[in-house]
Design a protein around this ligand. Sequence first.
Ligand code: ZN
Length: 175
Amino acid sequence: MIAPAMKTRPDQPLAYRELARRRAAVTRRLGPSSLPRWSALAGENWSVDTKLEFSLDEDGVVWVHGEFAARAELLCQRCLEVLPSEYSGRVDLCLVEDAQRADELAHSCDVLLVSGDQIDVSEIVEDELLLGVPEQLCEQEPCVRLPDLSYPAPGVEEEEVQGNPFAALGRLKAD
Ligand SMILES: [Zn+2]
């Protein structure tokens, strides 16, 4: 009897070694319950799509290569507004169960230490998702939302402002 093709459901852990043996690819859209650290940053409406390809190298190490595409509402670190954002990134990891082997491999590649023979997709992608969060989301330069720091702060003496030849220009621009 031929075993049925391996079907994976959303949020179901992956038998990564079996997937690697079969050189299988898994495509997932991750749900809110699976990415707690990332969804805390990402606002109400977000989505993360991933495609991960599993393989074995000549030493029998399981590799996962893939990519993700994220859509979220994130805080712009420049103007401190929450803005819609889309970004993508790559995942290139080897999955190792043995801690000593993981230490050896960590010199040459990114290693994810796995306990047991199954792994959640979120374990594979969440760190990369967090590392990839863009800091600046403003598209315009300078950002229209950025508080303008070039004008004198309230309370600055008028004399000082008049001494600055650019102050008049700044006031014109502000109007
Ligand atoms: Zn901004």
